[in-house]
Design a protein around this ligand. Structure first.
Ligand SMILES: [Zn+2]
Length: 164
């Protein structure tokens, strides 16, 4: 096996012996003992957090609803409501009363001239056991803010500890 040659990322010299890892201005660097000591003294470098060599698993964010409260009214809601109402044997007046809305408004909703509010639609679903709401899906090109960690030199370098 050949020797790993590790160069100091600060001064560029071949590191003999143990390389040092440090965070310099927030960037992980491999340093020679010289630079490491200098930077640590000056306070520019911090000890690097111990990092596992294997790549972090980047968890893909699940396709999620941004909010559980994002609903929209389904197509054909008027028909759904009318069928639900009729299956209960209720007139529009009866249902309007249960929903605490005017009969005129219910008529408009059933004929799909007016879309019920989400709150009203929820009430309708509860009372009639019909489906008039569906969750809004947000799957259009969501930016992946969790970009995979850039592989830095510190990640790929093999620190040989078993050298004599
Ligand atoms: Zn150096």
């Amino acid at each position: 096996m050949g020797e790993e040659e590790i160069y100091c990322e600060m001064c560029g010299s071949l590191i003999k012996g143990k390389p040092f890892k440090a965070l310099v201005d927030g960037t992980e660097m491999i340093l020679c003992a010289n630079c490491y000591n200098k930077l640590m003294k000056s306070g520019r470098a911090l000890p690097a957090p111990e990092r596992k060599i294997e790549q972090k698993k980047v968890e893909k964010p699940k396709k999620a609803f941004k909010s559980m409260d994002q609903f929209e009214i389904v197509e054909g809601y008027g028909e759904e409501i009318r069928k639900g109402r009729e299956s209960k044997g209720w007139t529009q007046a009866v249902l309007a009363q249960k929903l605490k809305i005017s009969e005129a408004l219910l008529k408009k909703i059933e004929s799909e001239k007016v879309k019920p509010s989400i709150d009203l639609a929820k009430k309708i679903e509860q009372i009639l056991k019909v489906k008039v709401l569906q969750p809004v899906e947000f799957d259009e090109g969501e930016e992946n803010s969790l970009s995979p960690d850039k592989v830095t030199f510190g990640d790929v370098v093999v620190v040989r500890r078993d050298e004599d």
